[in-house]
Design a protein around this ligand. Sequence first.
Ligand code: SAM
Length: 261
Amino acid sequence: MEDGNRVLEIGTGTGYSTGLMCHRLGDELVTSMEVDPEVSGRAGTALGACGYFPELVVGDGLAGQKDSAPYDRVIATCGVMELPHTWLEQTKPGGIVLATLCGWLYSSALARLTVDADSVARGRLLGGQVSFMLARPQLPPALGILPDLESGEERAARIGTDVLDDWTARFVAQLAVPRTQRLSLSGSDGTEHVLIDVEAGAWAALAQHGKEWTVRQGGPVRLWDAVEDHLLRWRADGAPALDRFEVLVTPEAQRINWPKV
Ligand SMILES: C[S@@+](CC[C@H](N)C(=O)[O-])C[C@H]1O[C@@H](n2cnc3c(N)ncnc32)[C@H](O)[C@@H]1O
């Protein structure tokens, strides 16, 4: 952050990070958005008590705040599945967007992206285990009634779900199936590790038998096939760390790739 930067923050919360930016830049250069009116109100009171009066906006931060744009920096302190293009349109060419990219397997990484004159953003993940609550409109749907996990096709699994205990491997798996949620079901036969994409109506249920795993899958897409393919390709590429991953966000799509090491 540099002197004179105009900044948009998404997720005012307590107002703590808003206060730091007011201290650094001057409150006339700070806009902060919060979806929860009560939370925003409390932050406004706390900031006022410190002598800071930034622009506090109540609303869905995914829409940004056009009236005060363009910004030199957009900083999200709630996580997003996909970076909203509005943020890029409201950032000056050469400006920076800092946001945590998440999925519903709950691995996440902070991305630092530079925006060009065409509102395309490029950059890297910063590594580490950074996590924030997801932005409200992007929270996962309720699981509802579970599908019949006895149906579907069964095969030997190439990889077990224990791989998802690793933060980076989970992030890679999540790139393959970002809208998939995970749960465990304990029964008399042991534990079933279930992945479900509610919107797609797809599921995978894995069970461990000694050192081996089996997977049963149902629905229009094979979730665990996609996870295995992605993880095996990442391993074959040398299992690069998250801070090697490259991010590209265009008006059409968000791409996250890793290089071979
Ligand atoms: C981790 S907290 C922010 C922490 C804050 N920066 C601080 O210093 O206290 C995340 C905040 O994002 C807010 N939030 C969630 N979804 C949002 C959205 N779509 N737009 C704006 N704020 C959102 C939550 O209500 C919550 O207050």
